[in-house]
Design a protein around this ligand. Sequence first.
Ligand code: SPV
Ligand code: MG
Length: 555
Amino acid sequence: MRQSKASLLRQRLRADGPVLVAGAHNGISAVIAERAGFDALWASGFEISASFAVPDANILTMADNVAVAKAIDNASSLPVIADCDNGYGNAINVIRTVEEYEKAGVAAICMEDNIFPKRCSFYAGVKRELESVEEFAGKIRAGKDAQRDPDFMIIARTEALIAGWGMEEALKRARAYADAGADMCLIHSKSKTPDEVLAFAKAWDRPTPLVCVPTIYKDTTADELAAAGFKVVIYANHGMRAAIKAMREALGAIKKERKAAAAEPWIVKLDEVYDLVGVDRMTKQEKEFLPGGGRQVRAVVLAAGSGKALGAAARDLPKAMLDLKGKTVLERQVAALNAVGVKDIAVVRGYQAAKFNVPNIKYYENPDYETTGEMASLARAAGEMKGMTLVLYGDLLFDRGVVEKALQSEADLTVVVDRTFQESREQLTERPRLDLVELSEVPSSGPRALASDAPLVVARIGHALEPTRAHAEFVGMLVVTERGARLLMDSWARVTERYAGKPFHEASNVERASLTDVLQQLIDEGTAVHAVETFKGWMEIDTFEDYQRAWAAVR
Ligand code: SPV
Ligand code: MG
């Protein structure tokens, strides 16, 4: 089990030397204090109030403060000592205060003997009233009784010196609080010299460790205070005061000079903010947990061709714009892609280009759709293929799982294939143009076979493959890395020149080449094209029968 923050603080208290504590008022101030090397954090009432632009005078509620203390605790690995003012009420309120702060993960709370509502110890002209010793000792006892974690600590703070009630009263009070079970006693002072806190420490006759807050007697070092008997030294508000000064200077300079650069002397680089808030950690988590490893995956949909094979169903519509129960094929594709985090989607359109009306898509045009093929369309959107890109057919319906599977591939060129095509062989006669794939090493198949995790290597791809030799069907989805896209487009540039007007693989001329033709060309040239397997979860709308099947299948 992870060590509790309370136990961590106790461990630090047992070690030599003073425990140096820095004030914090939010997550980032906590991280900055931790990086500066402090031992613990002080969820300062003064700082937290100031961060809400209200006086330190019990204006914020316990719930306000506990929420910030929790944020401070979450942001840092240091133990947090939470300033709880007067415990937000009497002994009964303190019970709830302790419960809430313990749940928030803080290691210790500090309560002061000011009556409610308190006033910041440093505000001038305030008539100060303290609770009776008995009342406050009762609050300490109630708090100690309420805590669950035996390591959780309560610091009792007396304001007797602040209120001008004298050293004897201060000692009497602190002794009573220590005897009531306080784990530490804080003696506060607004004197410019450390004399009174040093005198207090000298007279202290309990084993209970002492805490001080050297805000006004600011020239006294932590080591001097430790030598006098203080175990914990709290620098209560310096982070906040530094931030106020830097913000004021930076914003004042921008306003005056009317340019952002004027703020430079008072601001950190953006990289420093990224570092403080853990952007690196998030990037690693994205790689591990997000579909596609958090990579910026784009998609290019090849939708330039006509839907003539569909006959009347297409009614002068491109196949991607066919309606399937109130949503077009393209809208369904966009939804499936969005669901796995693919938001940058480009569509190459041609036939009935004006009919495309899906928003948030970048459109490319292939006006030569009648005389050219898929590769010519893809070339129009070649600039989109930055980072990892999914290239898919405009008539493809697929579940998000198919995309997730595809994005698991680490290879430069990966086709998504389905080995269940053999089950529906009757379709083969119905569809002369089924794109088939022959793998160079065939993983075990059959009804009990698991999907292979080993990268499959494609030997041949295309519709002219003998169905009996083929192992799988090409789904119409290709994943390319940036390098894969370059390999593909470089090959395309070479073959369009070399085979201009001539047959190319299964295409009557290179201009009409489909994706599979260029993939076969790459394979022949020795470039590895990999395959990942999916088991169903997709369909292509090539014929009117497909359209009927799709209609029946979608919701
Ligand atoms: C705080 O930081 O809120 C404190 C310390 O209580 S002081 O402001 O010095 O009273
Ligand atoms: Mg305070």
